[in-house]
Design a protein around this ligand. Sequence first.
Ligand code: PD2
Ligand code: ZN
Length: 283
Amino acid sequence: MATLDLAAPLRQWIIEQAQAGREPMDVVDAMVVEGWPQEKAVDAVQEVLQALLVEHARANGLPEPTVVPEPMERGGPHLLDGGDRRVPVLANLKHPRVVVLGSVLSDEECDGLVALARQHLSRSETFMLDEGVSKVHEGRTSEGMFFTRGENELVRRIEARLATLCAWPLEYGEGLQVLRYGPGAQYKPHFDYFDPAKPGTAGILANGGQRVASVVMYLNTPEAGGGTTFPDVRFEVAPIKGNAVFFSYDRPHEMTGTRHGGAPVLAGEKWVATKWMRLGEFV
Ligand code: PD2
Ligand code: ZN
């Protein structure tokens, strides 16, 4: 976007509003009351706040923030548009950016994914960024498989729905991963982005760039345990069949607060499908 020619006092005022904890869209509303066209006010506030974030990142040796998928419009409906399905928002956390979604998948779609995935499971591996290879890791005791993007009609339908819901190009998504956790299995807390400091990361980023968002969809309801935890904010999402948790991270840094894990399954089993979204096209 071309830099806007904003007067210095206006920039300063926008910065002061943000520092006072005012929501960006409330600042836009105040500008609209003063006669600004809505779109111009949005652009102005976005530009000033983005510049502020970049300045803060540079001054503190942090990675610079990027644009990320965002399922919700402020003041928008509680039922989000998934294209072929309307999806209720069950919880909405600003930082870390987490949105809990109801009924993203129908029971039949959950059962269909499990049936297609079941015969292709193998012990989940973790990509070891230090060594540049995938290995079995004691922190991840699930079994899993990947579908390629668009592999079958069901996968295509779900991928199109997630792209619409998150307003993020379908082509920027990795293939769906399905995981099965047996009794006692878990996924210890981790970040889904790739650590830029690790030697294996550059190779991974060559296709699609960084991960910027994750959607974990629950394909069944375990009898007990198996929630998705965000330990830094002591928040846990209950794994209910058809529901999902979306979270985004605007830079590969723990300041996003998106450390999360799959709590141990205490009784029964747990199935999830995960969609990771990248910053660019993933081939
Ligand atoms: O199964 C989960 O709840 C879970 C937890 C943490 C899945 C993932 N991460 C993942 O697939 O990245
Ligand atoms: Zn994860």
